[in-house]
Design a protein around this ligand. Sequence first.
Ligand code: FES
Length: 105
Amino acid sequence: MSYLKACAEGDLHEDTPLRVVLDDVPVTLVRTEGDVYAINDVCSHANVSLSEGEVEDCAIECWLHGSRFDLRTGRPSGPPANLPVPVYPVKIDGGAVYVEVNQES
Ligand code: FES
């Protein structure tokens, strides 16, 4: 279990995705509805950055074909994507945001 520092807490603005790369893993961070979520930045349908999509109802929408991924689970709510996107544990400590991208699963 190792959390990597992703950004300062103040870098995250409500419903505005922020793309970071941690250990070569592209991650989108989202602050919404009082929590911070980390989801892999690549849509499971094609190689598209989710950080360019819109956030609504604790989900992020892929801008290309409109699949929406739940930020808590990574599951798509509808086609064309039918596979989940990995999500990662987030910890906030001392004004910084930490993400654990290297999980055993
Ligand atoms: S590339 Fe994301 S839904 Fe098609």
